[in-house]
Structure formats: structure tokens, C-alpha cells
Design a protein around this ligand. Structure first.
Ligand code: FAD
Ligand code: MLT
Ligand code: ZN
Length: 478
């Protein structure tokens, strides 16, 4: 049933319209609809309005009005959050803020190797613009056609290339920020060195819209790759996958652009549900690895490196079979098998996600122990571990048993997450590697980061957002 909405008072609406113009405020329920539920279908909220400022000045003035009127605001980028971070709650009071009209790339500088992009720029657009200038913006993830620069910075997104280029934080040099009361911090500095007081820009990255609004960013660019080699390998075990990673890293650490693990179950789902997907190997396996090597040196012999390492690993019995991409189409097809894992898992039925990380050395043990424990917890359930093995970040997801009522399975979500988290804690890991806390995990944050650490976070929030109006109910426990 739809939740009740608390409409904004008419004088406030009129003042907002005067600032934002007719295109800058949406109240029609049909137009609001796509903004009220999340990609995973975990949450459904209600909101009286969505505001779409066209500039930092408009946003600053509108936020000040909302702040003075005690109206809570929920920033929303591409709405691909895996933890309900961009969802308004059910109160019907929270205004949604979209930066979709602030979608200009203000500048690309191939000497400084920087791009200044507004928060509403879609990640793929930023990648393409960098490529158009002969450079690379390396952040890459399955949702890149929808996720925005504001969203990936606010979640400190990781993705497929973290092993080489780092998380979103490492790709950011400066930020323009609007504070909850409308104050503007112009920190669009494109400096490699800038030790001038507290690094507020880093506080905003990963804050999930709870401390301020990111309106624009200076992003780091890199030389574009001129040589590439990509392979899909069937490997003997989780340990063999880790051993293969070490073989590549030891030969040439700088060559590894991505190293992604996939289980047999996840690959089966991708082959079953993704149109046109085929396995480029002679037979199915229980474990796969996607190895992606890249170099900006045109003479780099990455194919030679790939073949030499795979041959060693085949001789050692770690790799069972491997397919090297021979064309752009084959590279794309191999990556698609990995990128479509979340979609394939969704189509298979209900699933619970566990975006966890452990020290890289403990990944095989974590996958094995969690898979066994989950199968025991819910007989017939299907563990689907996959993801960024080179970073120690595995999506230790669980698919419902075939034929089980999805609602009955999802009712066990907390047991499932607790089961995985208990093992991850023993292995010195984290309960949220790259997706953040959002609305799903504030209680876990309190449990894992309590005491002085949580106390400091609460004081920072109170200092920057004393009325608690920015993205309430997210990140921090009530
Ligand atoms: P939203 O989902 O709209 O928002 C995310 C958070 O940021 C919310 O808390 C929101 O309030 C806040 N926010 C948004 N814009 C701003 C702003 N301008 N200022 C302040 N706060 C803001 N994540 C990874 O890290 N790695 C992956 O590999 C990965 N793969 C994914 C694959 C799929 C298919 C999907 C659906 C999601 C995936 N994600 C991944 C999760 C998601 O975190 C990223 O897609 C992305 O970081 C979110 O960007 P967005 O623009 O959609 O942000
Ligand atoms: C991915 O890497 O594809 C997503 O972050 C994982 C997920 O959907 O669980
Ligand atoms: Zn991921």
C-alpha cells in the first residue's frame, strides 16, 4: 500500500519554485514513482517532492530554505545503491534531491591529468569523455551506465579496477560541497599535494550523503591502456584462484587491471539468464577467474605474460582450462559474464547480499567456511560468492533454495548476514567492503565500530548537520 505523503507548505513550495524554476521541482506522483524504490527492491519510501537544481547556487539556496523549514533531504544519484542509501523513508516528509541537471563535464586537462565533472554526470559518460581526450578514468562497475559521479564518490565505490587504481577516494583530488544549511565549500583544487587543514573532501567521500552534498569533483585521469590481454580461466579451487593472483602479481603487479573470482553457481545463473551468454571453455567448472591485464606501454607483451603465467598454473594443476580473448567482441563477452552476475542472480530468485572483505590471504578460507555455514543454516540454499578477489572483497551472496517462497527466504536475511559476518569477523574482515551502510546496516556499524569510533562519527554528524536533516536514518544508528 502507498505511504501517506506530507505535502510541503505552499509558501515553501512557492519559494522553491522561484529558486529552481518549473523544471526544478517535481511533485506529480507518477514522476516521483521511479525514485521511491531501490534496485534491490528492499525498500519503498514516500516523498512530497523531488528537487532538481541546475547549479550549485540554486542548490545552496534551496537547501537553506529546506534547512530553515526543518525538512529532511535525501540525495539520490543513479539510485543503484545496494543498501537503500538513496531511499526516502516511509514518513512521507523527506524531499529527494537529484543532481541529474548538474551533468556537465566542466573541464578535461590532459596535462594535469584531471577532469572536473559535476555530480550528475553518469560514470560511463565520464569514462567516455576521458577516452575522448586520450586518457582513462578507470573506475568501472556493473552499474556504470546509471551510477553518477556524486553517487560513486559518496559511497567510495570500488568495483573491478580497485586492485590497480584504488577506490573512488583515490581517484578524487578535490570537491565542491554544499553543506546541509546551504554553505558552499569550493574545494575544486586539482593539486596532488594540498595539506591545508582537515581534508574535508575525504570526509565527504564514503559519507553517503549524510554530511554534505557533492556537487562537482576533480577526478584523476590516467594514461589510456595501449595493450590489453583478458582471459577467463576455470580453476581447481578457491586456493588455486588465489595462487593464480599471486603468480600474476609477482611477475608484474602493475599489469593486473582486474582479478575477479566467480563460482560455478554464479556462472550457471549468468549462462541461464543472460541473453546470448556462452561459456568460452570446454566444460563447466566450480570456480572461475577473470584475469584482465592492461598497460599504457604499446610494446608491453601482455599476451606473452598471460600465456606464460597460465602455462605455469596449468602445469601446477591450478588452472584447468583457459580462454584468451582474441577480439574486442570476445573481451566484451567475457566481461559480460562477470558484470551480469547481479542481474542473473536477481532473475534466479530472492537473494541476500553480503558485501564483505577479508585480508586477501584469507579469501579462500572465507568463501569455504561461509558457503558451508550458509548451506547448513538454510538447507538447499545456494551460495554465490563472486567479485573482486584481488582486493579481498567477495560478494558472499546467498540465493534462495529452488521452490522456496521468496518472502520466507528473505525473512531469514538477518540470520544469513549474521552467519557470514561472524566468520568475517573471525578473519579480521569488514561487513561492508564497497556498498556502504545506507539504510540496511546502521545497526551493524554500531556493533562493529562502537565505542570511541562511533562516538567520533556521531559528533562529526552533529557538528556538520546539527538538525540531522541530511539523509536521516542512513549510515549512523538512531
Ligand atoms: P545512489 O545509489 O543514488 O546513492 C548512493 C548514496 O550516495 C546514497 O546514500 C545517496 O544519498 C548518496 N548520494 C548520491 N549522490 C550524492 C551526492 N551528489 N552528494 C552526496 N550524496 C550523494 N558498488 C561498488 O562499489 N562496486 C561495484 O562493483 C558495484 N557494482 C554494482 C552493480 C550493480 C548492477 C548495481 C545496481 C550496483 C553496484 N554497486 C557497486 C553499488 C553502488 O554503490 C554503485 O552503483 C554507485 O556507487 C552508486 O551510485 P549512484 O549514483 O547510483 O548513487
Ligand atoms: C558487483 O561487483 O557486481 C556488485 O558489487 C555485487 C553485487 O551485486 O552483490
Ligand atoms: Zn562489487
Amino acid at each position: 500500500m502507498p505511504h501517506e505523503v506530507a505535502p510541503l507548505a505552499e509558501p515553501l513550495m512557492a519559494a522553491l519554485r522561484a529558486i529552481l524554476g518549473p523544471r526544478g521541482i517535481i511533485t506529480d506522483p507518477a514522476d516521483l514513482e521511479p525514485h521511491l524504490s531501490d534496485w534491490r527492491g528492499l525498500y519503498r519510501g514516500a516523498s512530497p517532492a523531488l528537487i532538481r537544481p541546475a547549479s550549485t547556487e540554486e542548490l545552496s539556496a534551496a537547501l537553506k530554505l529546506l534547512y530553515d523549514a526543518d525538512i529532511p533531504v535525501v540525495p539520490q544519484g543513479g539510485n543503484t545503491s545496494m543498501v537503500g542509501g538513496a531511499m526516502p523513508d516511509e514518513s512521507g516528509r523527506q524531499v529527494i534531491l537529484s543532481l541529474s541537471r548538474m551533468n556537465r563535464i566542466r573541464d578535461i586537462d590532459p596535462v594535469d591529468m584531471t577532469m572536473v565533472a559535476e555530480a550528475g554526470v553518469v560514470l560511463k559518460t565520464a569514462q567516455d569523455a576521458a577516452a575522448g581526450a586520450g586518457c582513462l578514468f578507470p573506475l568501472s562497475l556493473g552499474a556504470e551506465g546509471t551510477a553518477t559521479i556524486g553517487g560513486v564518490l559518496s559511497t567510495n565505490a570500488g568495483g573491478n579496477t580497485t586492485v590497480r587504481y584504488g577506490n573512488a577516494r583515490e581517484l578524487m583530488l578535490g570537491l565542491e560541497i554544499v553543506l546541509p544549511d546551504g554553505g558552499v565549500i569550493n574545494g575544486l583544487r586539482r593539486l596532488r599535494k594540498d595539506n591545508t587543514g582537515y581534508a574535508l573532501r575525504h570526509l565527504m567521500v564514503g559519507a553517503e550523503g549524510s554530511l554534505g552534498i557533492i556537487t562537482a569533483a576533480v577526478l584523476r585521469l590516467f594514461p589510456r591502456p595501449r595493450a590489453e590481454a583478458i582471459a577467463l580461466c576455470a580453476v581447481e579451487s578457491e586456493d588455486a584462484a588465489l595462487s593464480l593472483f599471486r603468480r600474476f602479481r609477482d611477475r608484474d603487479e602493475t599489469a593486473v587491471r582486474a582479478f575477479e573470482y566467480m563460482s560455478g553457481t554464479g556462472m550457471d545463473f549468468a549462462l541461464k539468464h543472460i541473453e546470448g551468454a556462452t561459456l568460452p571453455l570446454s566444460e563447466r567448472a566450480d570456480h572461475y577467474v577473470l584475469v584482465d591485464l592492461a598497460s599504457s606501454r604499446p610494446d608491453a607483451d601482455l599476451r606473452g605474460l598471460m600465456e606464460a603465467v597460465l602455462e605455469e598454473a596449468l602445469d601446477a594443476g591450478e588452472v584447468l582450462d583457459a580462454a584468451l580473448a582474441e577480439s574486442e567482441a570476445q573481451r566484451h563477452a567475457i566481461w559480460r559474464l562477470r558484470e551480469e552476475h547481479p542481474e542473473a542472480q536477481k532473475r534466479e530468485g530472492a537473494s541476500v547480499k553480503n558485501d564483505v572483505s577479508v585480508p586477501v590471504s584469507k579469501v579462500p578460507e572465507m568463501i569455504r567456511r561461509c558457503s558451508d555455514a550458509l548451506r547448513e543454516l538454510i538447507p538447499g540454499s545456494r551460495p554465490v560468492p563472486f567479485g573482486h578477489m584481488g582486493d579481498g572483497n567477495i560478494h558472499m551472496n546467498l540465493e534462495q533454495p529452488e521452490g522456496m517462497d521468496p518472502a520466507e527466504f528473505l525473512a531469514r536475511s538477518h540470520d544469513i548476514m549474521d552467519c557470514v559476518n561472524a566468520i568475517v569477523r573471525e578473519l579480521d574482515g569488514s561487513f561492508s567492503a564497497e556498498h556502504g551502510i545506507g539504510r540496511l546496516k546502521p545497526d551493524m556499524l554500531a556493533d562493529w565500530r562502537g565505542g570511541a569510533e562511533l562516538g567520533a562519527m556521531l559528533r562529526i554528524k552533529a557538528a556538520l548537520d546539527p538538525k540531522g536533516l541530511l539523509n536521516p536514518g542512513k549510515v549512523l544508528p538512531a
